[in-house]
Design a binder for this molecule. Structure first.
Ligand code: ZN
Ligand code: ZN
Length: 363
């Protein structure tokens, strides 16, 4: 029990400091998990998107439980170890390697070497790279084997519930093998997608998986090969977090993805701009704190700050109905209810997403 006191204190301090600052927060959307059970014990779920540059690493802490999803590159291993140390974490209930690429699995060796680990999840048990071999080696040193989870598997992380959603098929492309999981905590939820690309997104959609989430960890560092409109329409995140390196060689995040996220109304946090990003859910509201003092990019509906006013003719906005797939001009009397809306920045965009104009709003 003693070792738990430090993280609890850290969390308490964090919460106390949160209360006093000018922080960004918003009530969860009505589109949250409908079956959400209220959080009754006053606990919180803290999700730390650790700034590991052009790579992924997220630490989730809920009550006495902790889970690490990816560990960044090999070179990030000691950074992740010291981050866990700062948080007073020396026991990880779950370590997840979303897929075998080095920028996800590379940095897991350190935590596997220094923490007591209960479960290690990975989509594969073999992959031809030094980074993956070391991951297996340190997993075995814990007396464990990497476990391959199945879609539909669930487990608890404190008061939070983790559901494995994907992969739902076998893929030769490593990014598409990414473990996709959602963490539900009260009425809030977080969706982790690794580097899943549009092919696997489509397969998930075809399976009818419940993808709705308050916070989306954007797939593949904001690459244009992920985060399709059809996928975003199901997730409808209030917040999106992109784990990405400053001035990386890949041009991540892509302008197209940023524009799709803006159209979906998501407020975007990026590790290259905000550094390490910590999202704390109390089961109703998600509150963000960031290492750097840079403001996030608000979604089109300006959840975190008012949008700069545009002259009427500058740009038209179209509002789609998620249920009927019909879209309207902003001033149409037939606008759908707030929770069923998706925003498009042009008529073309709406049509491309498979929407048709309502009778009033034909060109
Ligand atoms: Zn990858
Ligand atoms: Zn990656």
């Amino acid at each position: 029990m003693k070792r738990r006191i430090a993280p609890l204190l850290t969390l308490l301090c964090l919460l106390v400091s949160l209360a006093g600052c000018d922080l960004l927060s918003a009530a969860p959307p009505d589109s949250g998990t409908p079956s959400a059970a209220p959080v009754t014990d006053g606990s919180t779920l803290a999700v730390h998107f650790i700034d590991v540059g052009q790579a992924d690493s997220a630490l989730l802490v809920c009550g006495d439980d902790a889970m690490l999803i990816d560990g960044g590159n090999v070179a990030d291993s000691s950074l992740v170890v010291s981050y866990l140390d700062q948080q007073g974490i020396d026991q990880l209930d779950y370590v997840v390697c979303t897929h075998a690429h080095e920028d996800h699995v590379g940095g897991l060796s350190g935590p596997l070497n220094t923490c007591t680990v209960s479960h290690v999840l990975s989509p594969v048990t073999q992959y031809d790279s030094k980074a993956f071999e070391n991951f297996v080696k340190y997993t075995e040193a814990q007396g464990l084997e990497p476990e391959i989870p199945n879609p539909g598997d669930t487990f608890d992380l404190g008061e939070a519930q983790v559901t494995i959603l994907g992969p739902v098929a076998e893929y030769s492309e490593t990014n598409n093998t990414s473990i996709v999981l959602r963490v539900d905590f009260g009425a809030t939820s977080f969706l982790f997608t690794g580097d899943m690309e549009t092919k696997a997104e489509k397969d998930l959609l075809d399976q009818g998986a419940d993808l709705s989430a308050t916070v989306l960890k954007v797939g593949h560092h904001g690459s244009d090969t992920s985060t399709s409109y059809s996928f975003l329409r199901e997730v409808m995140p209030e917040y999106a977090v992109i784990s990405v390196g400053l001035d990386n060689d890949y041009g991540h995040p892509s302008d197209d993805v940023l524009s799709r996220l803006r159209d979906a109304g998501a407020t975007v946090y990026r590790t290259d701009q905000q550094g390490t990003i910590v999202a704390v859910s109390d089961g109703t509201t998600v509150t963000f704190t960031t290492e750097k003092d840079t403001a996030p990019t608000p979604g089109r509906d300006g959840q975190t700050s008012p949008q700069p006013s545009q002259s009427e003719s500058a740009q038209e906005t179209y509002i789609g109905n998620l249920n009927s797939k019909v879209f309207h001009r902003e001033d149409c009397p037939n606008l759908p209810a707030e929770q069923n809306r998706i925003i498009f920045s042009s008529r073309e965009e709406a049509v491309e997403a498979g929407y048709t104009p309502c009778g009033n709003c034909k060109p």
